[in-house]
Design a protein around this ligand. Structure first.
Ligand code: UT7
Length: 327
Protein backbone atom coordinates (compact mmCIF):
# COMPACT_ATOMS: atom_id res chain seq x y z
CA UNK A 1 0.00 0.00 0.00
CA UNK A 2 1.46 3.39 -0.96
CA UNK A 3 1.88 6.05 1.72
CA UNK A 4 -0.56 8.93 1.45
CA UNK A 5 1.26 12.27 1.35
CA UNK A 6 0.41 15.95 0.98
CA UNK A 7 1.73 18.23 -1.73
CA UNK A 8 1.60 21.96 -2.37
CA UNK A 9 -0.73 22.66 -5.29
CA UNK A 10 -1.09 26.45 -5.02
CA UNK A 11 0.97 29.36 -3.69
CA UNK A 12 -0.16 32.94 -2.97
CA UNK A 13 1.21 36.02 -1.26
CA UNK A 14 0.39 39.53 -0.13
CA UNK A 15 2.79 42.44 0.24
CA UNK A 16 1.65 45.89 1.36
CA UNK A 17 2.53 48.70 -1.05
CA UNK A 18 4.38 50.94 1.39
CA UNK A 19 8.17 50.51 1.18
CA UNK A 20 10.07 51.46 4.33
CA UNK A 21 13.69 52.03 3.31
CA UNK A 22 16.81 52.03 5.47
CA UNK A 23 17.14 55.73 4.63
CA UNK A 24 13.71 56.43 6.18
CA UNK A 25 14.65 54.47 9.33
CA UNK A 26 17.68 56.77 9.71
CA UNK A 27 15.15 59.53 10.51
CA UNK A 28 13.66 57.62 13.47
CA UNK A 29 16.68 55.98 15.15
CA UNK A 30 20.47 56.27 15.25
CA UNK A 31 21.32 53.86 12.43
CA UNK A 32 22.52 53.87 8.85
CA UNK A 33 21.99 52.00 5.61
CA UNK A 34 25.52 50.55 5.59
CA UNK A 35 25.16 49.07 9.12
CA UNK A 36 21.76 47.53 8.34
CA UNK A 37 22.80 46.04 5.02
CA UNK A 38 26.13 44.66 6.19
CA UNK A 39 24.77 43.21 9.49
CA UNK A 40 21.44 41.86 8.21
CA UNK A 41 21.24 41.96 4.39
CA UNK A 42 18.08 44.11 4.55
CA UNK A 43 17.60 47.16 2.28
CA UNK A 44 13.86 47.70 2.66
CA UNK A 45 10.70 46.17 4.06
CA UNK A 46 6.94 46.55 3.47
CA UNK A 47 4.56 48.15 5.97
CA UNK A 48 0.76 47.80 6.08
CA UNK A 49 -0.23 51.41 6.71
CA UNK A 50 -4.02 51.10 6.53
CA UNK A 51 -5.17 51.09 10.20
CA UNK A 52 -8.28 49.07 9.29
CA UNK A 53 -6.27 46.17 7.90
CA UNK A 54 -4.14 43.60 9.67
CA UNK A 55 -2.95 40.01 9.57
CA UNK A 56 -6.26 38.40 8.54
CA UNK A 57 -6.61 40.79 5.61
CA UNK A 58 -3.15 39.89 4.31
CA UNK A 59 -3.71 36.18 4.99
CA UNK A 60 -7.00 36.24 3.08
CA UNK A 61 -5.42 37.97 0.08
CA UNK A 62 -2.62 35.39 0.00
CA UNK A 63 -5.12 32.53 0.42
CA UNK A 64 -7.29 33.76 -2.46
CA UNK A 65 -4.27 33.83 -4.74
CA UNK A 66 -3.20 30.35 -3.59
CA UNK A 67 -6.71 28.97 -4.27
CA UNK A 68 -6.67 30.48 -7.76
CA UNK A 69 -3.21 29.00 -8.39
CA UNK A 70 -4.47 25.56 -7.28
CA UNK A 71 -7.63 25.96 -9.36
CA UNK A 72 -10.00 25.06 -6.54
CA UNK A 73 -13.01 26.75 -4.95
CA UNK A 74 -13.01 28.01 -1.34
CA UNK A 75 -15.91 25.68 -0.48
CA UNK A 76 -13.61 22.69 -1.11
CA UNK A 77 -11.26 23.62 1.75
CA UNK A 78 -11.49 21.38 4.84
CA UNK A 79 -9.19 23.31 7.18
CA UNK A 80 -7.26 26.58 7.45
CA UNK A 81 -4.22 27.04 9.68
CA UNK A 82 -2.83 30.55 10.13
CA UNK A 83 0.65 30.76 11.63
CA UNK A 84 1.10 34.18 13.22
CA UNK A 85 2.32 36.06 16.30
CA UNK A 86 0.37 39.16 15.36
CA UNK A 87 -3.26 38.00 15.21
CA UNK A 88 -5.90 40.69 14.69
CA UNK A 89 -7.31 39.83 18.12
CA UNK A 90 -6.21 37.61 21.00
CA UNK A 91 -9.39 35.79 19.98
CA UNK A 92 -11.17 34.89 17.78
CA UNK A 93 -8.40 33.39 15.70
CA UNK A 94 -7.26 35.25 12.60
CA UNK A 95 -7.86 31.97 10.76
CA UNK A 96 -11.61 32.39 11.44
CA UNK A 97 -11.44 35.87 9.89
CA UNK A 98 -9.59 34.48 6.88
CA UNK A 99 -12.23 31.76 6.54
CA UNK A 100 -14.98 34.37 6.41
CA UNK A 101 -13.13 36.65 4.00
CA UNK A 102 -12.42 33.92 1.45
CA UNK A 103 -15.76 32.11 1.86
CA UNK A 104 -14.29 28.76 2.90
CA UNK A 105 -17.61 27.89 4.52
CA UNK A 106 -16.93 24.16 4.90
CA UNK A 107 -13.62 24.52 6.71
CA UNK A 108 -12.63 24.74 10.35
CA UNK A 109 -9.91 27.24 11.10
CA UNK A 110 -7.39 27.96 13.84
CA UNK A 111 -4.20 29.91 14.54
CA UNK A 112 -0.84 28.40 15.41
CA UNK A 113 1.77 30.31 17.39
CA UNK A 114 5.39 29.33 16.81
CA UNK A 115 6.91 32.68 15.79
CA UNK A 116 9.35 32.43 12.89
CA UNK A 117 8.98 28.64 12.75
CA UNK A 118 5.19 29.01 12.60
CA UNK A 119 4.79 28.34 8.90
CA UNK A 120 6.82 25.12 9.10
CA UNK A 121 4.91 23.88 12.17
CA UNK A 122 1.63 24.70 10.37
CA UNK A 123 2.72 23.11 7.10
CA UNK A 124 3.69 19.83 8.76
CA UNK A 125 0.43 19.75 10.74
CA UNK A 126 -1.58 20.48 7.60
CA UNK A 127 0.29 17.65 5.86
CA UNK A 128 -0.52 15.27 8.72
CA UNK A 129 -4.24 16.09 8.41
CA UNK A 130 -4.08 14.99 4.80
CA UNK A 131 -1.88 11.96 5.49
CA UNK A 132 -4.40 10.80 8.14
CA UNK A 133 -7.23 11.02 5.62
CA UNK A 134 -9.21 13.45 7.83
CA UNK A 135 -8.78 16.32 5.34
CA UNK A 136 -8.44 16.48 1.58
CA UNK A 137 -7.65 20.17 1.07
CA UNK A 138 -5.98 22.45 3.58
CA UNK A 139 -4.81 26.07 3.40
CA UNK A 140 -1.67 26.92 5.37
CA UNK A 141 -0.97 30.61 5.87
CA UNK A 142 2.04 32.43 7.33
CA UNK A 143 1.10 36.05 8.02
CA UNK A 144 2.44 38.77 10.29
CA UNK A 145 1.88 42.48 10.68
CA UNK A 146 5.14 42.96 12.57
CA UNK A 147 4.86 46.75 12.38
CA UNK A 148 2.07 46.45 14.99
CA UNK A 149 4.53 45.17 17.62
CA UNK A 150 7.80 46.79 16.50
CA UNK A 151 9.17 49.60 18.68
CA UNK A 152 10.25 52.28 16.24
CA UNK A 153 12.40 53.77 19.02
CA UNK A 154 14.49 50.57 19.35
CA UNK A 155 17.17 50.46 16.67
CA UNK A 156 18.14 46.88 17.48
CA UNK A 157 14.75 45.52 16.34
CA UNK A 158 12.91 48.10 14.22
CA UNK A 159 15.33 47.67 11.33
CA UNK A 160 14.64 43.94 11.07
CA UNK A 161 10.94 43.38 10.55
CA UNK A 162 8.30 43.84 7.83
CA UNK A 163 4.65 42.97 7.11
CA UNK A 164 3.50 40.28 4.65
CA UNK A 165 1.59 37.05 4.14
CA UNK A 166 2.13 33.87 2.18
CA UNK A 167 -0.22 30.92 1.73
CA UNK A 168 -0.20 27.46 0.22
CA UNK A 169 -2.90 24.94 -0.64
CA UNK A 170 -2.18 21.34 0.35
CA UNK A 171 -3.81 18.40 -1.40
CA UNK A 172 -3.24 14.64 -1.58
CA UNK A 173 -0.25 13.47 -3.56
CA UNK A 174 0.35 10.22 -5.44
CA UNK A 175 4.11 10.70 -5.38
CA UNK A 176 6.53 13.13 -3.76
CA UNK A 177 5.20 16.08 -1.75
CA UNK A 178 5.98 16.67 1.91
CA UNK A 179 8.22 13.73 2.78
CA UNK A 180 9.56 14.47 6.26
CA UNK A 181 9.85 17.07 9.00
CA UNK A 182 11.84 17.69 12.18
CA UNK A 183 10.74 20.26 14.78
CA UNK A 184 12.32 21.35 18.06
CA UNK A 185 11.33 23.64 20.93
CA UNK A 186 13.36 24.99 23.86
CA UNK A 187 11.02 26.72 26.31
CA UNK A 188 13.93 27.65 28.60
CA UNK A 189 14.64 30.80 26.61
CA UNK A 190 11.18 32.41 26.61
CA UNK A 191 12.59 35.92 27.21
CA UNK A 192 15.29 35.83 24.53
CA UNK A 193 12.77 36.92 21.91
CA UNK A 194 9.25 37.87 23.00
CA UNK A 195 6.48 40.41 23.44
CA UNK A 196 6.24 40.87 27.23
CA UNK A 197 2.70 42.27 27.56
CA UNK A 198 -0.72 41.81 26.02
CA UNK A 199 -1.17 38.19 27.08
CA UNK A 200 -2.75 36.89 30.30
CA UNK A 201 0.48 37.27 32.32
CA UNK A 202 0.74 41.01 31.76
CA UNK A 203 -2.58 42.24 30.37
CA UNK A 204 -2.66 45.78 29.02
CA UNK A 205 -2.36 48.38 31.77
CA UNK A 206 -1.06 51.90 32.13
CA UNK A 207 2.19 50.43 33.36
CA UNK A 208 2.68 47.99 30.46
CA UNK A 209 2.08 50.79 27.99
CA UNK A 210 4.41 53.17 29.85
CA UNK A 211 7.15 50.53 29.92
CA UNK A 212 6.74 49.79 26.19
CA UNK A 213 6.01 46.14 27.02
CA UNK A 214 3.73 45.60 24.02
CA UNK A 215 6.69 45.70 21.68
CA UNK A 216 9.14 42.98 20.64
CA UNK A 217 12.15 42.47 22.85
CA UNK A 218 15.10 40.51 21.56
CA UNK A 219 18.54 39.65 22.87
CA UNK A 220 19.87 39.85 19.32
CA UNK A 221 23.35 38.48 19.92
CA UNK A 222 22.11 35.40 21.82
CA UNK A 223 19.35 34.68 19.30
CA UNK A 224 21.87 35.07 16.49
CA UNK A 225 24.14 32.45 18.03
CA UNK A 226 21.29 30.00 18.70
CA UNK A 227 19.75 30.56 15.25
CA UNK A 228 23.03 30.04 13.41
CA UNK A 229 23.55 26.71 15.19
CA UNK A 230 19.91 25.62 15.23
CA UNK A 231 19.02 26.27 11.61
CA UNK A 232 22.14 24.52 10.32
CA UNK A 233 21.80 21.60 12.78
CA UNK A 234 18.16 20.91 11.94
CA UNK A 235 18.81 21.19 8.19
CA UNK A 236 21.64 18.65 8.47
CA UNK A 237 19.44 16.44 10.68
CA UNK A 238 16.71 16.20 8.05
CA UNK A 239 19.26 15.67 5.26
CA UNK A 240 20.96 12.84 7.16
CA UNK A 241 17.76 10.99 8.01
CA UNK A 242 16.74 11.14 4.34
CA UNK A 243 20.21 10.25 3.02
CA UNK A 244 20.59 13.56 1.19
CA UNK A 245 23.87 15.29 0.38
CA UNK A 246 24.31 18.93 -0.63
CA UNK A 247 24.46 17.77 -4.25
CA UNK A 248 21.01 16.14 -3.96
CA UNK A 249 19.32 19.29 -2.62
CA UNK A 250 17.98 21.59 -5.35
CA UNK A 251 16.84 24.41 -3.05
CA UNK A 252 17.18 25.64 0.50
CA UNK A 253 14.22 27.78 1.57
CA UNK A 254 15.47 29.45 4.75
CA UNK A 255 13.65 31.71 7.18
CA UNK A 256 14.81 35.23 6.35
CA UNK A 257 16.03 36.71 9.65
CA UNK A 258 19.60 37.61 8.79
CA UNK A 259 21.65 36.99 5.65
CA UNK A 260 24.60 35.87 7.79
CA UNK A 261 22.48 33.12 9.40
CA UNK A 262 21.29 31.96 5.96
CA UNK A 263 24.84 31.89 4.57
CA UNK A 264 26.11 29.89 7.55
CA UNK A 265 23.28 27.35 7.14
CA UNK A 266 23.93 26.93 3.41
CA UNK A 267 27.65 26.51 4.04
CA UNK A 268 27.11 23.75 6.60
CA UNK A 269 24.70 21.99 4.21
CA UNK A 270 27.33 22.12 1.45
CA UNK A 271 25.12 24.19 -0.84
CA UNK A 272 26.28 26.78 -3.36
CA UNK A 273 24.63 30.19 -3.11
CA UNK A 274 22.56 29.80 -6.28
CA UNK A 275 20.59 27.00 -4.57
CA UNK A 276 19.46 29.29 -1.73
CA UNK A 277 16.28 31.38 -1.89
CA UNK A 278 17.06 34.83 -0.51
CA UNK A 279 14.69 37.81 -0.60
CA UNK A 280 15.44 39.36 2.81
CA UNK A 281 16.87 42.43 1.05
CA UNK A 282 13.40 43.43 -0.21
CA UNK A 283 11.12 42.35 2.63
CA UNK A 284 13.16 42.03 5.86
CA UNK A 285 12.00 39.50 8.44
CA UNK A 286 8.26 38.95 8.00
CA UNK A 287 8.23 36.22 10.71
CA UNK A 288 5.73 33.49 9.65
CA UNK A 289 5.54 34.80 6.07
CA UNK A 290 9.19 34.51 5.01
CA UNK A 291 9.15 30.92 3.75
CA UNK A 292 5.89 31.01 1.73
CA UNK A 293 7.02 34.37 0.29
CA UNK A 294 10.20 32.68 -0.96
CA UNK A 295 8.19 29.81 -2.44
CA UNK A 296 6.03 32.40 -4.21
CA UNK A 297 9.01 34.35 -5.57
CA UNK A 298 10.74 31.16 -6.84
CA UNK A 299 7.56 29.36 -7.95
CA UNK A 300 8.41 29.37 -11.64
CA UNK A 301 11.87 27.95 -11.06
CA UNK A 302 10.72 24.87 -9.14
CA UNK A 303 10.84 21.65 -11.17
CA UNK A 304 9.19 18.28 -10.64
CA UNK A 305 11.50 16.07 -8.59
CA UNK A 306 13.40 18.98 -6.99
CA UNK A 307 14.45 18.09 -3.46
CA UNK A 308 13.76 21.12 -1.28
CA UNK A 309 14.69 21.80 2.35
CA UNK A 310 12.68 24.41 4.28
CA UNK A 311 14.35 25.58 7.48
CA UNK A 312 13.50 28.08 10.20
CA UNK A 313 14.40 29.35 13.68
CA UNK A 314 12.52 31.74 15.95
CA UNK A 315 11.04 32.75 19.29
CA UNK A 316 9.98 30.03 21.71
CA UNK A 317 12.66 29.06 21.01
CA UNK A 318 11.40 27.05 18.04
CA UNK A 319 13.19 25.59 15.07
CA UNK A 320 12.57 23.03 12.38
CA UNK A 321 13.02 21.77 8.85
CA UNK A 322 10.80 20.16 6.22
CA UNK A 323 11.85 18.03 3.25
CA UNK A 324 9.70 18.36 0.14
CA UNK A 325 10.02 16.59 -3.19
CA UNK A 326 8.38 18.96 -5.66
CA UNK A 327 5.64 17.49 -7.80
O1 UT7 B 1 13.57 35.71 13.20
C1 UT7 B 1 13.70 35.36 14.54
C2 UT7 B 1 15.07 35.13 14.92
N1 UT7 B 1 15.81 36.36 14.97
C3 UT7 B 1 17.03 36.39 14.52
O2 UT7 B 1 17.51 35.41 14.02
C4 UT7 B 1 17.84 37.66 14.72
C5 UT7 B 1 19.19 37.30 15.27
N2 UT7 B 1 20.04 38.44 15.56
C6 UT7 B 1 20.56 39.21 14.58
O3 UT7 B 1 20.26 39.08 13.43
C7 UT7 B 1 21.63 40.19 14.98
O4 UT7 B 1 22.04 39.93 16.30
C8 UT7 B 1 21.20 41.68 14.87
C9 UT7 B 1 21.04 42.06 13.41
C10 UT7 B 1 19.92 41.91 15.63
C11 UT7 B 1 22.30 42.55 15.46
O5 UT7 B 1 23.53 42.32 14.77
P1 UT7 B 1 24.86 42.02 15.59
O6 UT7 B 1 25.94 41.87 14.62
O7 UT7 B 1 24.58 40.86 16.51
O8 UT7 B 1 25.06 43.36 16.40
P2 UT7 B 1 25.20 43.56 17.96
O9 UT7 B 1 23.89 43.36 18.64
O10 UT7 B 1 26.36 42.75 18.44
O11 UT7 B 1 25.58 45.10 18.02
C12 UT7 B 1 26.82 45.59 17.50
C13 UT7 B 1 26.84 47.08 17.67
C14 UT7 B 1 26.42 47.53 19.08
O12 UT7 B 1 27.21 48.65 19.43
P3 UT7 B 1 28.46 48.47 20.43
O13 UT7 B 1 27.86 47.92 21.69
O14 UT7 B 1 29.38 47.53 19.75
O15 UT7 B 1 28.97 49.87 20.54
C15 UT7 B 1 25.00 47.97 18.89
O16 UT7 B 1 24.59 48.94 19.83
O17 UT7 B 1 25.92 47.71 16.78
C16 UT7 B 1 25.03 48.56 17.50
N3 UT7 B 1 23.74 48.56 16.85
C17 UT7 B 1 23.44 49.35 15.80
N4 UT7 B 1 24.15 50.27 15.15
C18 UT7 B 1 23.56 50.90 14.12
C19 UT7 B 1 22.65 47.78 17.12
N5 UT7 B 1 21.66 48.06 16.26
C20 UT7 B 1 22.12 49.03 15.44
C21 UT7 B 1 21.55 49.73 14.36
N6 UT7 B 1 22.29 50.64 13.71
N7 UT7 B 1 20.30 49.48 13.92
Amino acid sequence: MSVKRAKITGIGHYLPDYVLTNAELEKYVETNDEWIRSRTGISERRILKDPDKATAFMGAEASREALKDAGIAPEEIDAIIVATVTPDYMFPASAALVQKRIGAVNSYAFDLSAACSGFLYALSNGAMMIESGRAKKVIVVGADKMSAIVDFQDRTTCILFGDAAGAVVLEESDSGGIIDFVHHTDGDEECMLYQPAGGSLHPASEETVKNRMHYIRQDGRSVFKKATEGMADVSLEIMQRNNLTGDDVAWLVPHQANLRIIDATARRMGLSSEKVMINIGKYGNTTAATIPLCLYDWKNKLKKGDKIILSAFGGGLTWGAIYIEWT
